[in-house]
Design a protein around this ligand. Structure first.
Ligand code: UDP
Length: 363
């Protein structure tokens, strides 16, 4: 191991095991980052809910698994709700272990958007770092993030500037973007396919607007994602002609990217300040341009006119017009953007620099 390698403990989301889909985009973020950090030669331990599925490349890292109930997800709580931990919840088990092994590590990297690990930060010897995975959805979370920014803002990193702007920070935020294993995404040249939409099937994702676009253009919309809200899915289905939506389920990345790559465009319709939007970049990695609302991470990531088209938030007419124009875009430019700015290697090196800049401020 080189002298610049670190002993790092990564703590997974307490919502679902890796591969379950319940944790959303953070699951893929953790897997890509593990692969990138392994290639940088770091000594890694992952603390994660039991049953987590990890890429083959991770066979040599140490894995500590714990069973317990999921945390409730903050985006579905009332904005003023309290922080709560269910009886026999997995979160305290993950953190008991993380603090134990973290006291002998260089740093502990937290991926859970949760009150407990943030609150612990100034109160423990282990050096805790947090990759914040959502924008502001709750007063208590905003307040604890503000407290950590006052304590040492460099312990926090964000996926995009637009996400970071949701919080009261004392200085310029550390923004690390996100990373993808490009070997897993095949570039597809043809732009004659149907429209696609991907994400958790949940109200903050705005699937109904993408469905309206497909109905207006009289084309099919292929839909992939973890089914979080079946009532919402039924409401949407009833609002458009039969056959407009083609539900494809929640697939492993290898199948997901193969099907996604045939699309003429991905429609991305966030109704909230999406922190990043993994599916946007996964589509681009396959050569699929993205038509999206100019809101949150997608609004920052998409280079309108090159890798996709951005329209004013919630303007379904503009979204429809943009979806009818995607053939003007060069699919190779989409893939090239991901290679330049969002590979797993680039992401891991940004995270590596962030942590080292705090551990050794002279660097
Ligand atoms: N996803 C998947 N299979 C599917 C559809 C989606 O694995 O069939 C994954 C996708 O790779 C992405 C995640 O679901 O990592 C959705 O993450 P995103 O950042 O777009 O939104 P979030 O759920 O975090 O709000």
């Amino acid at each position: 191991m080189s002298s610049s390698s670190l002993k790092l403990v990564l703590v997974s989301t307490p919502i679902g095991h890796l591969g379950s889909g319940r944790g959303g985009g953070v699951e893929l973020t953790i897997c890509s980052l593990l692969k990138g950090l392994i290639s940088l030669g770091h000594d890694l331990t992952l603390v994660t809910p039991a049953g987590s599925l990890l890429p083959n490349e991770c066979s040599e890292i140490q894995i500590k698994e714990f069973s317990g109930l999921d945390q409730p997800s903050w985006q579905h709580c009332d904005p003023n709700c309290s922080a709560s931990i269910p009886f026999q919840g997995v979160l305290p088990k993950l953190w008991e272990e993380a603090l134990e092994i973290g006291s002998h590590a260089d740093a502990v990297l937290n991926f859970s958007y949760d009150w407990l690990p943030l609150w612990l930060t100034p109160r423990v010897d282990s050096r805790l770092f947090h990759l914040i995975s959502m924008g502001n959805v709750s007063s208590i979370m905003k307040s604890v993030i503000t407290d950590i920014a006052d304590f040492d803002q460099n312990r926090l990193a964000f996926h995009t500037y637009r996400q970071a702007a949701d919080f009261s920070l004392v200085g310029k935020p550390v923004v690390v973007g996100n990373g993808f294993d490009l070997d897993e995404y095949e570039f597809q040249e043809s732009s004659n396919g149907p429209l696609g939409w991907a994400g958790r099937i949940s109200r903050e994702k705005g699937l109904e607007d993408a469905v309206s676009v497909a109905a207006a253009l009289e084309t099919r919309l292929l839909v992939w994602g973890f089914m979080e809200d079946i009532e919402y899915a039924k409401e949407i289905e009833e609002s458009v002609p039969l056959g407009t939506i083609e539900w494809r389920g929640f697939l492993p990345t290898s199948d997901f990217q193969k099907q996604l790559g045939i699309c003429s465009a991905l429609i991305n319709t966030p109704k909230w300040n999406e922190a990043y939007g993994n599916v946007v970049v996964e589509a681009m990695a396959c050569g699929v341009p993205v038509v999206a609302y100019d809101r949150g991470g997608p609004g920052e990531i998409i280079n309108s006119g090159i890798t996709g088209l951005l329209v004013p938030p919630d303007d379904v007419k503009a979204l429809t017009l943009a979806a009818s124009r995607v053939k003007e875009l060069n699919r190779r430019s989409c893939r090239r953007w991901v290679e330049q700015f969002a590979s797993k290697e680039i992401f891991a090196s940004r995270v590596d620099s962030w942590i080292k800049s705090v551990l050794d401020p002279k660097m």
